[in-house]
Design a protein around this ligand. Structure first.
Ligand SMILES: [Zn+2]
Length: 118
Protein backbone atom coordinates (compact mmCIF):
# COMPACT_ATOMS: atom_id res chain seq x y z
CA UNK A 1 0.00 0.00 0.00
CA UNK A 2 2.51 2.62 1.12
CA UNK A 3 5.94 3.03 2.61
CA UNK A 4 8.52 5.67 3.28
CA UNK A 5 11.15 6.93 0.92
CA UNK A 6 14.38 8.31 2.33
CA UNK A 7 16.24 10.70 0.09
CA UNK A 8 19.30 12.85 0.62
CA UNK A 9 19.32 16.05 -1.38
CA UNK A 10 22.37 17.58 -3.12
CA UNK A 11 23.51 19.38 0.02
CA UNK A 12 23.16 16.32 2.22
CA UNK A 13 19.85 17.12 3.82
CA UNK A 14 17.83 14.00 4.52
CA UNK A 15 14.29 14.05 3.25
CA UNK A 16 11.61 11.60 4.18
CA UNK A 17 8.44 11.23 2.19
CA UNK A 18 5.62 8.75 1.68
CA UNK A 19 5.71 6.38 -1.27
CA UNK A 20 2.43 4.92 -2.56
CA UNK A 21 2.38 1.70 -4.55
CA UNK A 22 0.80 1.81 -8.03
CA UNK A 23 -2.94 1.30 -7.71
CA UNK A 24 -3.09 2.08 -4.00
CA UNK A 25 -4.73 5.45 -4.57
CA UNK A 26 -8.19 4.78 -5.95
CA UNK A 27 -8.27 1.22 -4.67
CA UNK A 28 -7.06 0.98 -1.07
CA UNK A 29 -7.17 4.74 -0.58
CA UNK A 30 -10.34 6.37 -1.78
CA UNK A 31 -10.48 9.81 -0.18
CA UNK A 32 -7.99 12.55 0.58
CA UNK A 33 -8.44 11.79 4.27
CA UNK A 34 -7.23 8.24 3.61
CA UNK A 35 -4.13 9.66 1.94
CA UNK A 36 -3.52 12.15 4.77
CA UNK A 37 -3.93 9.43 7.38
CA UNK A 38 -1.45 7.13 5.65
CA UNK A 39 1.05 10.00 5.39
CA UNK A 40 0.70 10.41 9.17
CA UNK A 41 1.61 6.73 9.62
CA UNK A 42 4.46 6.73 7.11
CA UNK A 43 6.07 10.15 7.20
CA UNK A 44 5.12 11.57 10.58
CA UNK A 45 5.79 8.37 12.48
CA UNK A 46 8.22 6.08 10.59
CA UNK A 47 9.91 9.01 8.88
CA UNK A 48 10.56 10.93 12.08
CA UNK A 49 11.72 7.74 13.80
CA UNK A 50 14.27 7.27 11.01
CA UNK A 51 15.41 10.89 11.19
CA UNK A 52 15.73 10.53 14.96
CA UNK A 53 17.88 7.43 14.28
CA UNK A 54 15.73 5.03 16.22
CA UNK A 55 17.02 1.50 15.84
CA UNK A 56 15.22 -0.32 13.02
CA UNK A 57 15.42 -4.00 12.20
CA UNK A 58 12.47 -5.66 10.52
CA UNK A 59 13.94 -9.10 11.24
CA UNK A 60 13.53 -8.39 14.94
CA UNK A 61 9.79 -8.65 15.68
CA UNK A 62 10.13 -6.66 18.89
CA UNK A 63 11.71 -3.69 17.09
CA UNK A 64 9.45 -4.02 14.04
CA UNK A 65 6.27 -4.04 16.11
CA UNK A 66 7.36 -1.17 18.33
CA UNK A 67 7.69 0.95 15.15
CA UNK A 68 4.27 -0.16 13.90
CA UNK A 69 2.65 0.35 17.28
CA UNK A 70 3.87 3.98 17.43
CA UNK A 71 2.71 4.61 13.85
CA UNK A 72 -0.76 3.09 14.34
CA UNK A 73 -1.33 4.99 17.59
CA UNK A 74 -0.27 8.22 15.91
CA UNK A 75 -2.63 7.75 12.96
CA UNK A 76 -5.69 6.80 15.04
CA UNK A 77 -5.14 9.86 17.23
CA UNK A 78 -4.83 12.21 14.23
CA UNK A 79 -7.82 14.40 13.26
CA UNK A 80 -8.02 12.65 9.87
CA UNK A 81 -8.92 9.31 11.51
CA UNK A 82 -12.61 10.16 12.00
CA UNK A 83 -12.86 10.90 8.26
CA UNK A 84 -10.80 7.93 7.12
CA UNK A 85 -12.78 5.35 5.12
CA UNK A 86 -13.81 2.07 6.70
CA UNK A 87 -11.87 0.30 3.92
CA UNK A 88 -8.60 1.77 5.21
CA UNK A 89 -9.62 1.25 8.84
CA UNK A 90 -10.23 -2.41 8.06
CA UNK A 91 -6.78 -2.76 6.48
CA UNK A 92 -5.07 -1.07 9.45
CA UNK A 93 -7.05 -3.24 11.82
CA UNK A 94 -6.29 -6.51 10.01
CA UNK A 95 -2.60 -5.83 9.48
CA UNK A 96 -1.74 -4.19 12.83
CA UNK A 97 -4.36 -3.23 15.36
CA UNK A 98 -5.96 -6.65 15.87
CA UNK A 99 -2.72 -7.81 17.49
CA UNK A 100 -2.93 -7.50 21.24
CA UNK A 101 0.65 -6.21 21.42
CA UNK A 102 -0.37 -3.26 19.20
CA UNK A 103 -3.72 -2.39 20.79
CA UNK A 104 -5.72 -3.44 23.78
CA UNK A 105 -9.30 -4.64 23.24
CA UNK A 106 -10.54 -1.35 24.71
CA UNK A 107 -8.49 0.63 22.19
CA UNK A 108 -9.68 -1.62 19.36
CA UNK A 109 -13.31 -0.82 20.22
CA UNK A 110 -12.53 2.87 20.66
CA UNK A 111 -10.79 3.36 17.32
CA UNK A 112 -12.30 0.68 15.11
CA UNK A 113 -15.78 0.20 16.47
CA UNK A 114 -17.56 -3.08 16.68
CA UNK A 115 -18.50 -3.12 12.99
CA UNK A 116 -14.89 -3.09 11.84
CA UNK A 117 -13.72 -5.94 14.00
CA UNK A 118 -14.40 -9.37 12.61
ZN1 LIG B 1 4.14 1.07 9.23
Amino acid sequence: MAGILLIENEIGIKIVTTHFSPGSIGNDLTTRFDVINIIVHETLSHGLDHLNQKKYDYHDPKVFWSWEKRAVHKQVNHWSWSKTSSNVKQIIFDVYARKNYVMTKTEQYKYFGKYDIH
